[in-house]
Design a protein around this ligand. Structure first.
Ligand code: NAD
Length: 439
């Protein structure tokens, strides 16, 4: 089936953004949108707002802004709501996060202060380093899911929304795999919710509530929730677009920029050692080995897919890959990531690459949140449901349909994303087979 422009519903009315976790990333995202829509700043880093797409060939070639090419929601039509385990409003949370300067927060203080979190669904067993005070209480997880759905309904009514997207910006939970009898089928999962089974993570409860309400769900942390077959069954049933996981920022972004280049030139790699220091709340949560394990699995998966050691054993067999994250409070959100890459070239002669990336985690993540919200809303209006693989560009560990391997190469991901937009709008894809210039 070919989807045509005319079949995409227009972005009429207001779009609600539902955010579990009013922390550094989400408040930086909200503040940025408020500043941009007031004309006080520029949405740097956002493909939907700054990016252009090549359409047509030869003398007919045009470079069209992505948000003019596809019908995306306007920033002025966005409303924000969220949950957190602390009662701070978005202004207080942004101030505590310390990402943005007070001079950036002051002009939007009233709007940010009006965003007050709803009480969260929280379970300390899944985030060992946090203790929340602003937490829902109910007899079972099933009741908690109903309470989230109630929050969603009330928000929709109060803000007169036409559509919503939920994006997880809360803390990373401990590592989990599918547990038979609990996460394997929707029936078992719903029974387990009602029986208050202890293996159901809060992220699964939010995801369940969103998807059951027909709302797209995007998972910004490496949590297991969308990998659970039970939730996949629900996604199929409700036909909503979903995706994840773990925003691709910082060191992994760099990896998926550098590694494809080395591979393209058939340069060998003996080892890739990555270490980070960061001092925000995310860093503190990841200081717990069980939450770190979830992150580690997500970060480690990237290089194998790019290097394909089985196909290129002389270049990549047995290369050593290590990722460390160290909590170091003085740095706050301003992470420093070091990479040492041991490479070898012609006749096996060794060389080294050192990367020292002094990055700002939430500054890199905020435009990703914006693009994902807009693209998941587009996908919903275009009747695209299930895992949105064309949005792998944004994820550190893209979830795929059952048998597909994720693609990590940033440039292949970008081509897939742009060609999906062309396909949606029924214009020819760019394949680089002719004399096409860079898009
Ligand atoms: N910043 C980045 O570059 C980046 C990149 C990839 C992934 N992430 C992930 O995004 C998430 C947010 O990162 P951050 O830097 O904003 O962290 P943060 O600690 O500043 O914010 C997370 C917020 O979630 C809240 N929270 C925890 N459990 C909750 C629950 N069950 N329900 C509602 N709220 C809950 C916390 O109180 C906190 O305010 C983390 O999982 C992080 O690993 C961040």
């Amino acid at each position: 089936m070919t989807l045509k422009n005319t079949e995409i519903k227009k972005p009429e009315g207001k779009l609600g953004v539902l955010i579990p976790g009013l922390g550094a990333v989400s408040t930086t995202f909200i503040a940025g949108v408020l500043l941009v829509r007031r004309g006080l700043n520029v949405p740097i880093g956002s493909l939907t707002q700054m990016g252009k797409i090549k359409v047509g060939k030869g003398g007919e070639t045009q470079y069209v802004k992505i948000n003019d090419f596809v019908p995306l929601a306007d920033l002025k039509d966005m409303e924000f709501g969220g949950w957190d385990i602390f009662e701070d409003n978005a202004y207080e949370a942004a101030t505590n996060a310390g990402v943005l300067k007070q001079t950036d927060l002051d002009p939007i203080k009233d709007e940010l202060s009006a965003i007050k979190p709803w009480k969260a669904v929280f379970n300390k067993n899944f985030v060992k380093k946090l203790d929340g005070t602003w937490v829902k209480k109910a007899p079972t997880n099933w009741d908690l899911a109903q309470m989230i759905m109630e929050d969603i309904k009330n928000f929709k009514k109060e803000k007169n929304l036409s559509r919503m997207v939920m994006i997880w910006c809360a803390s990373t939970e401990i590592y989990q795999e599918t547990i038979p009898g609990v996460h394997d089928t929707l029936e078992n999962f719903e029974k387990a919710l009602k029986a208050d089974n202890t293996s159901i993570a809060p992220s699964m409860i939010y995801a369940y509530a969103a998807i059951s309400s027909g709302i797209p769900f995007a998972n910004g942390a490496p949590n297991h929730c969308l990998d659970a077959p039970a939730l996949r069954e629900l996604i199929e049933k409700m036909r909503v677009p979903v995706g994840g996981k773990d925003f691709k920022t910082g060191q992994t972004l760099m990896k998926t920029i550098i590694a494809p280049g080395l591979k393209a030139r058939m340069i060998g790699v003996d080892g890739w050692y990555s270490t980070n220091i960061l001092g925000n709340r995310d860093g503190e949560v990841l200081d717990d080995p069980e939450s770190f394990k979830t992150k580690e699995v997500s970060k480690l998966s990237v290089l194998d897919q790019v290097f394909q050691p089985k196909l290129y054993p002389e270049l990549y067999k047995g290369y050593y890959h290590k990722v460390c994250i160290n909590y170091y409070p003085p740095r706050g959100d301003n992470k420093e990531g070091w990479d040492n890459i041991d490479i070898f070239g012609w006749l096996g002669y060794p060389m080294q690459i050192k990367v020292d990336f002094l990055c700002r985690d939430s500054i890199l993540a905020a435009p990703i949140v914006l693009d994902l919200v807009l693209f998941y809303d587009l996908a919903q209006r275009a009747s695209m449901y299930g895992i949105q693989e064309w949005l792998s560009f944004y994820w550190k560990s893209p979830i795929m349909e059952k048998y597909e391997e994720p693609i990590h190469d940033l440039f292949v991901q970008l081509m897939k994303l742009k060609n999906t937009l062309r396909w949606l709008m029924d214009v020819p894809l760019v394949t680089y087979l002719g004399t096409e210039s860079y898009d």
